[in-house]
Design a protein around this ligand. Structure first.
Ligand code: DX5
Ligand code: ZN
Length: 226
């Protein structure tokens, strides 16, 4: 396993000044930019679609980490890939067959992520892990930024990391929701290595916040307490 990666979520950014926001996080060492796509059905909110991915692609070399919170991911995989997504994560709880979605993302040339909501048993995702690059464990109910981290998530991350390591799978664990300096340290200790943070980065000075989190992430070793 490599180093820990920071993935700022632009859901919390100032979209009228997205270029400045993106430049600030890139300059300070964020490697991924996390783009939340919501359809108002899988989750209550609406957020970004394909044009945002296209625009962000033009102004950054960071990995575009697209998180689809939509009921029919299959329908849109090609369009997100063409728009410049590097990695596409869909929800196991969506209405499409996970095996088909995984194959479609792979065929489109992107890295594959599969995500589970807080109420989905971790074991349910095991059967897909040998086909994906990343497991996104939601640490809040998907749909909104700024929610508090769900404490039960810690045991779920540890369980997934144990399963991944003991089966010699090469799968990153991404966490998303309620990340602060304190919860970032906790999730890394139990095995997460890709850390999404929205409010923690974009509320306040994005450059200063990114610098602080990149440093914190570099000082923590994945799975330290396992
Ligand atoms: C929530 C989104 C998150 C959100 C995280 O459904 O998937 O990516 O932006 O925001 P914070 O870090 O504020 O919890
Ligand atoms: Zn997200």
């Amino acid at each position: 396993m490599g180093h820990n990666i920071l993935a700022p979520s632009i859901l919390a950014a100032d979209c009228a000044d997205l270029r400045t926001e993106i430049q600030a996080i890139e300059t300070e060492g964020a490697e991924y930019v996390h783009i939340d796509v919501m359809d108002g059905v899988f989750v209550p909110s609406l957020s970004f679609g394909i044009p945002i991915v296209e625009s962000v692609r033009k102004i950054t070399k960071m990995v575009l980490d697209v998180h689809l919170m939509i009921i029919h991911p299959l329908k849109y995989i090609k369009q997100f890939a063409q728009a410049g997504a590097d990695s596409i994560t869909f929800h196991m709880e969506s209405e499409d067959d996970p095996d088909e979605v995984i194959d479609a993302i792979r065929a489109a040339g992107c890295k594959v992520g599969i995500s589970i909501k807080p109420g989905t048993p971790v074991e349910d995702v095991y059967r897909y892990l040998d086909k994906v690059d990343m497991l996104l464990i939601m640490t809040v109910e998907p749909g909104f930024g700024g929610q508090p981290y769900i404490p039960e998530s810690t045991a779920r991350i540890a369980q997934a990391r144990y399963h991944i390591n003991s089966n010699a799978l090469n799968v990153d664990i991404e966490v998303d929701g309620g990340i602060t300096e304190k919860t970032a340290a906790t999730v890394i200790e139990v095995g997460a290595n890709v850390i999404v943070a929205g409010s923690a980065i974009f509320h306040g000075d994005a450059a200063d916040n990114t610098r602080r989190y990149v440093k914190l992430l570099s000082e923590k070793k994945v799975g330290e307490v396992l």
